[in-house]
Design a protein around this ligand. Structure first.
Ligand code: ADP
Ligand code: MG
Length: 320
């Protein structure tokens, strides 16, 4: 199959069409309409084999996750994802791989009414680069720099699961079969918190998605907002697999620094707590207050009232 028939076959009609796409795949550039009063948000994530997913990850999961992590970036901004481009570097034309990959990608895209509008296809070591574009009302994108002293800090869902999932795959971590498959699915098919983000955004100051680990990602908010934080480690929301792991190991560092959960971490004024809890309840999503922002610019971790020193930071590709 030529490059062009490959694009036609797998990608041209992969996702449902949106009314605001004047020209999609097939021209030199896509043309989309940005409504008056909205701002365009753009974000890119690259996934490389062996770095972002183990070699044996299924093509479906790779397709799913490569879009999920990008949707999560839009969620972190309080934006509505609309359009994506996909740049694929493939070692060979492998029909099974392309079939599985595009199914995983399309499933999530169609769930969020996101249209694939372009990309690039080249030969080389497996690498996937997705650029996502979304919309937010002018001036309403939620920034890392907007946390204020006195804000509460909350996170959605549970954390640490994806890190445990990776441990199951790489180190054969001892776990029940049920916990194991839960953690692996959290790793391979993370749920981007897009819908809840849209509801939360008006009540939130700073927001980020947890991709590199809670401590590392919260630190980005603190750096950008020139603030510090107090975190109550024992309050971290854990799944039953996470709770079991903590009972066995007391290894909170895993939960504080494990990446890939794609939950939202955000700060908000205390008076919004009631509204925020109501949204979580309406969405049937766990939401946990884990600490607060303070003006002193450092992060203080407390475990049952005692200072807790986390040894491990989040994932850093160029870190020592
Ligand atoms: P160009 O030569 O202008 O770079 P290409 O031949 O690379 O164009 O691509 C042809 C069309 O197919 C373009 O509209 C491009 O955006 C789209 N395209 C190429 N690869 C992909 C892909 N992996 N997913 C979606 N669209 C793609
Ligand atoms: Mg090209």
């Amino acid at each position: 199959m030529s490059e062009f028939s490959l694009i036609d076959h797998y990608f041209k009609h992969l996702t449902a069409s949106r009314a605001d796409v004047s020209t999609g795949i097939g021209d030199d550039a896509a043309v989309v309409q940005v409504p008056l009063g909205k701002e365009l948000l753009v974000s890119t994530d690259v996934l490389n084999i062996g770095v972002h997913f183990p070699l044996e990850t299924s093509p479906f999961d790779i397709g799913y996750k490569s879009l999920a992590v990008n949707l999560s970036d839009m969620a972190a901004m309080g934006a509505v994802p609309c359009w994506v481009t996909l740049s694929l570097s493939l070692p060979e034309e492998n029909a099974d791989w392309l079939e599985g990959f595009s199914r995983g990608f399309a499933q999530l895209a169609n769930q969020h009414q996101v249209q694939l509008i372009g990309g690039d296809t080249t030969k080389g070591p497996l690498s996937i680069s997705v650029t996502i574009m979304g919309l937010a009302d002018k001036g309403r994108a939620r920034l890392r720099s907007a946390a204020k002293p006195g804000d509460l800090i909350a996170i959605t869902g549970s954390i640490g699961d994806a890190a445990l999932g990776l441990d199951c795959l790489l180190n054969d971590l001892d776990m029940s079969e049920e916990d194991r498959s839960f953690c692996i699915s959290r790793l391979n098919q993370p749920t981007p918190r897009v819908s809840v983000s849209g509801l939360l955004a008006p009540y939130v100051n700073a927001m980020i998605d947890i991709s590199d680990g809670l401590v590392a990602d919260l630190q980005h908010i603190l750096d950008e907002s020139h603030c510090g934080a107090v975190l109550y480690v024992e309050k971290l929301p854990l799944s039953s697999a996470g709770q079991q792991y903590i009972r066995q190991t007391q290894d909170w560092v895993r939960m504080l620094s494990g990446g890939d959960d794609y939950e939202l971490c955000f700060s908000f004024a205390k008076e919004n707590l009631h509204d925020i809890e109501a949204i979580a309840q309406q969405m049937n999503l766990a939401l946990t207050v884990i600490g607060y922002i303070e003006s002193e610019p450092h992060m203080q971790l407390l475990l049952n009232g005692e200072a807790y020193t986390a040894a491990r930071k989040g994932y850093d590709h160029f870190g020592a």
